[in-house]
Design a protein around this ligand. Sequence first.
Ligand code: SAM
Ligand code: SF4
Length: 331
Amino acid sequence: MQRPLADAYGRVATDLRVSLTDRCNLRCSYCMPAEGLDWLPLPEVLTDDEVVRLITIGVERLGIRRIRFTGGEPLIRRGLVDIVRRTRALDDDLELSVTTNGLGLERLAPSLAAAGLDRVNLSLDTVDPGRFRTITRRDRLDDVLRGAKAAHEAGLTPVKVNAVLLRGVNDDEACDLLAWAIAHEYELRFIEQMPLDAQHDWHRDQMVTAEEIFERLDQEFTLTPAREPRGSAPAELFLVDGGPATVGVIASVTRPFCGDCDRVRLTADGQVRNCLFAREESDLRSAMRAGASDDDLADRWVTAMASKRPGHGIDDPSFLQPDRPMSAIGG
Ligand code: SAM
Ligand code: SF4
């Protein structure tokens, strides 16, 4: 029997973000410090079987219809292709995607496509090698570009590219990024920088807002709304110069979309989070390892969702950044 993952505000979660690792091979400045973080001890990380068991409960009992594998960097999880294959075997109609920095995608794209992945979201904030080095602290732009191409060729389309603009670093690159994405048939989405960095360096008055992004894009392109209403999609989508190319803006901070949120998150160590900004988690891993049945795990998951707060409250004076950074929650 299916039960919805509903909360007290009438929202129902059908989109599951599964973090497969908190580790990463880049060090994006807005995400983690140069030296990296104290990674989760491996015994605390869910095994492939445990991940698949929780996904199966989500799909078969709790109405999950879309699954996004993320991290940390999901491509460094050895079992990724197998986890995708086993997830796909649950249901042909599930929407399966991966959010990745693209390193290693050139090699993995064909096997991911063969395993039943639908598409990838690639994170890339600049197409300038020097800026890429500054932002990610690694000299790997070429690998990422080859990964994007391989994903496109493998049919993991549309390849969506997520870009974060940082003041004084790449905030003048909005138009160039869009022109580059359109030329390669990638769908670009700008994401407002959020207070989820491990270093707590985020400042509201420093972030590049959606408003500024529109001002910059308006200098070279004509944007018209591409879909009304937006539904639960976080991105506001626009046709570029009449289409068919589009660009999205995810204004999590300045135009929050919490009222339409349909997401739930599972961390690499098996904690259910009902929001990216949640301050509480529900420990499914310990319950599972203590012998909990599927029914019991489903009950715990339903309970965890019921207490979802109406919004993230970033703009409230009382806002508290979550204890875990984005890389440990699963972006
Ligand atoms: N490593 C993979 C990647 O970079 O795509 C997946 C995990 S990463 C945490 C997921 C997304 O979160 C990326 O698109 C990244 O740009 C974004 N991200 C990380 N820190 C962020 C922040 N402080 N504000 C907004 N987006 C952030
Ligand atoms: Fe790694 Fe993704 Fe964070 Fe960059 S944004 S450091 S690629 S987890």
